[in-house]
Design a protein around this ligand. Structure first.
Ligand SMILES: Nc1ncnc2c1ncn2[C@@H]1O[C@H](COP(=O)(O)OP(=O)(O)OP(=O)(O)O)[C@@H](O)[C@H]1O
Length: 225
């Protein structure tokens, strides 16, 4: 699903955020991405969602080299990626319904079809009864779940989450990870960047580890001799 081949990223100004990164996330796989603050986790996610471009190496999604995708095609690639952020990035002056419907309306769905899908997505995250609420009326955990509903509403095959539990207590964090697990169980690939090592330890998922821009562990077992 996602393949990095010797990927390096140097930002304008000269800082090298990623250095010769190789890894492969399979279709339908769920994995954590961890590392110290500044290790390059967000940069790695931004290269997948084409918010940044690598300075060297290749990033492939389903064998398509992202560097070969012209700028006007980028929105079509992004439709296949649901993105979740620590600060959830909801529109505070719009209702839960409007927030979750937004990607569908941008894609040109009819309002009837959008309504059906928004209700299905909110149902999956346990917020069907909050559809007319504004984000301010919701708890932090509920706001994060609205962000997840928005990310999954058009059924993308890949979810990328950048510190999705950063502002939540351990119980709510676990609830959020269980939600990702539920989407993963129906075939969605999930990559979660987090520095919550406690959370990672409680789950049994592959963990990719970055240190100073280098992939020091890709979580795969060495074949035994
Ligand atoms: N647009 C940018 N321009 C210049 N440097 C940047 C830019 N974005 C990130 N960096 C630098 O690249 C390095 C990696 O940043 P990145 O956000 O990928 O790390 P991270 O592992 O996600 O950190 P955190 O856990 O603190 O979010 C940092 O030193 C950061 O200052």
């Amino acid at each position: 699903m996602i393949k990095f081949e010797q990927v390096s990223k140097t930002y304008p100004g000269g800082f090298q955020a990623l250095s010769h990164v190789d890894f492969h996330l399979q279709k339908g796989e769920m994995a954590f991405l961890t590392g110290h603050s500044g290790a390059g986790k967000s940069t790695l996610l931004k290269l997948i969602s084409i918010m940044e471009r690598p300075t060297a190496g290749r990033v492939l999604i389903n064998d398509h080299d992202l560097s070969k995708i012209p700028r006007r095609q980028v929105p079509f690639v992004r439709r296949d990626i649901g993105m979740i952020f620590q600060d959830h990035r909801l529109l505070m002056d719009k209702t839960v319904f409007d927030n979750v419907a937004l990607p569908l309306l941008i894609e040109g769905y009819s309002i009837q079809e959008a309504r059906k899908r928004v209700h299905a997505a909110l149902d999956k995250v346990g917020l069907a009864d909050k559809v007319r609420h504004y984000p301010m009326m919701l708890s932090g955990g509920e706001q994060q779940r609205v962000g997840i509903a928005r990310a999954v509403v058009n059924k993308p095959p890949l979810l990328l989450a950048d510190e999705p539990t950063g502002n939540l207590d351990p119980k709510l964090s676990m609830d959020i990870i269980r939600l990702f697990e539920a989407f993963n169980q129906v075939g969605v690939a999930v990559l979660i960047a987090t520095h919550d090592l406690g959370l990672i330890a409680r789950m049994r998922y592959r963990t990719l580890t970055l240190r100073e821009g280098k992939m020091i562990d890709d979580g795969l077992q060495e074949p035994s001799a």
